[in-house]
Design a protein around this ligand. Sequence first.
Ligand SMILES: NC(=O)C1=CN([C@@H]2O[C@H](COP(=O)(O)OP(=O)(O)OC[C@H]3O[C@@H](n4cnc5c(N)ncnc54)[C@H](O)[C@@H]3O)[C@@H](O)[C@H]2O)C=CC1
Ligand SMILES: O=C(CO)COP(=O)(O)O
Length: 332
Amino acid sequence: MTTAAVFGTGSWGTAFAAVMADSGTDVRMWGRRPEVVAAINAGRNDEYLPELALSSRISATSDPEEAAAGADIVVLAVPSQTLRDNLGTWGSALPGNADVVSLMKGVELGTTKRMSEVIADAGGVDPQRVVVVSGPNLAREIAVRQPAASVVASSNAGAAQRVADACAAPYFRPYTGPDVIGTEIAGATKNVIALAVGMAEGLGMGDNSKASIITRGLAETTRLGCALGGEAVTFAGLAGVGDLIATCMSPLSRNHSFGVRLGQGMTVDEVIAVTKQTAEGVKSCTSILDLARHHGVDVPIIEQVDAMITEGKAAQDVVDALLSRPRKAETG
Ligand SMILES: NC(=O)C1=CN([C@@H]2O[C@H](COP(=O)(O)OP(=O)(O)OC[C@H]3O[C@@H](n4cnc5c(N)ncnc54)[C@H](O)[C@@H]3O)[C@@H](O)[C@H]2O)C=CC1
Ligand SMILES: O=C(CO)COP(=O)(O)O
């Protein structure tokens, strides 16, 4: 019997805990907020996933030691920019022999580290034990057991296989792979492209405009990922184009919805004030742009989203800037 600990009781931590429980894995969750912990122990997490009745295989605690004790797999699902501080607080509770899974889709501000790098760095975890799960996995669809597939990536094939075994459910199909860098860059960058697509939608644009941003967004994501050492094939797969389509087209995506509001004319601060959940692209646009500049990669859409978020550039000016760039060959 596999036992997993899930750190983070938000939408995806909870939905992924439910997937693992449906796979036959016992799950103990760690959460900061006592009321959410109590709700989970009563079989619900109504604040994040009201449609989900939790399996009796899932329990919760506010004590990180209790959550992690004896876990074969530790799953991390806190907002990306909080991961380092969290690991500083409870990283020492993680069992030395557990596989450590990142569900997070962000790049750390300041350091430009991917989440697997932060886990190794701040959690002292051997990179051979780090596994990344990423794909078109909108939590609210998974919570009602709609079929979806995902990528389980690790440089250690055995670790990827163990995690895939612990989360394979009748409606959730994990595919293993070796490309940690490509999987993480694809997951973090699609959030930024979803902000741009949402912004276009908020301005009243239709499917041609959105498809154009998605496709050119995929081109710059692939360019960046490959420059960092990722494999091009990853960007054509579930963690790449799969997640990009789901996030850019779905009203369930927080990043997409954030972008729609910007396109409708709200300011960044106004949107932040009405956004209760994590929209990772809002912070990671800057760290991803930093990464791209450091590696000399041209990322025009990410650059414009960053200007919109950090400088308050108007949505229409972003569109004008993208359309007035010098013309070039599509593959250039
Ligand atoms: N929701 C989704 O559909 C999916 C989300 N993800 C990724 O999973 C990660 C987590 O996202 P969600 O669970 O959706 O976010 P969420 O906003 O639903 O939940 C975040 C959780 O972290 C907690 N939290 C907030 N600040 C914290 C801090 N400083 N320390 C500890 N805990 C803190 C919140 O209380 C909450 O329990 C993100 O990186 C996101 O991109 C990936 C795939 C799907
Ligand atoms: O990563 C996701 C789907 O795969 C969820 O996207 P949002 O964080 O934009 O809701």
